[in-house]
Structure formats: C-alpha cells, structure tokens
Design a protein around this ligand. Structure first.
Ligand SMILES: [Zn+2]
Length: 139
C-alpha cells in the first residue's frame, strides 16, 4: 500500500532531522500533503501510528496540511490552483489514471485561460515534513 511507504518515508525524515539537531521525542509533526498525491489521510495517519511505535515519532501529534495543486500552462504561461473539490470530485477512473500516470493530470485539468492541455504541475504532488516540534535531548 502506497500510504505505508509514505509513512516510512516520513518517519525516516523525522528521525534523521532529530538526530541531526540532537532532538529527543517528537511531540508534533506537520506534514504537507499535495492533493495530487491522492494520499488517503486516514490510512496515512493509521500507518504512521502503527509504524512509529518504538521510534522518536511514537505518540507524536500529526497535523496534515493539505496543499492545493498549482498548475502552469506551457502555452500561455497562465498559472492557476486546482480547488480541493475539483480533485476530490474526480471519478474513480480519473483518480486511478492520476495515481498510475501522474502526467494524466494534464488531461484532467486543462488551462482555464486558453484550453490547452500542455500543462505541468508546479506544486501539489509532494508530501513533505514542514514542521517539527520535539523535546530537547537531555543526555
Ligand atoms: Zn493556457
């Protein structure tokens, strides 16, 4: 499952950051989730809960910040953001297409200005740890 490997990635990023900065247990972590990543937040939360056991992230409060995608038209250079409802309103087939071939995004959201399908994703595909609050290590 997709969410499991994302959770593993988040945990290793957090542990790396914590050891680099000499931090102890993580109290709170904020994760930015681009809507186009199509991650199921409930599954991700669950995966994090289970997989963080025994790590610095165990018991940490996880905050998800959903990022609306930003697209750019390669023809007229217009940039626009895709609303959350538009992504969540996609039918199953479109979601699957997006999941398997991220480039399918250009078929799903054409340029609102000139109608071109030559678009690219500026942001909204990534998942990243944006904030971290942890205890000082007292050893
Ligand atoms: Zn355009």
């Amino acid at each position: 499952m997709h969410e499991t490997s994302i959770a593993a990635g988040i945990i290793s990023i957090v542990e790396e950051a914590a050891s680099r900065e000499g931090l102890g247990n993580v109290l709170e972590v904020e994760v930015e989730v681009g809507l186009l990543s199509l991650v199921d937040l409930e599954s991700l939360r669950f995966a994090l809960e289970v997989m963080s056991q025994g790590t610095l992230l165990e018991g940490a409060k996880v905050i998800f910040r959903v990022v609306e995608p930003m697209l750019r038209c390669n023809k007229c250079k217009a940039e626009w953001s895709v609303k959350r409802e538009a992504v969540e309103g996609l039918d199953e087939a479109s979601r699957l297409a997006l999941h398997l071939y991220p480039e399918a995004v250009t078929r799903l959201f054409k340029c609102p200005k000139c109608g071109s399908m030559e678009t690219e994703v500026v942001k909204g595909r990534d998942i990243r740890v944006s904030r971290l609050r942890a205890e000082e290590k007292n050893s």
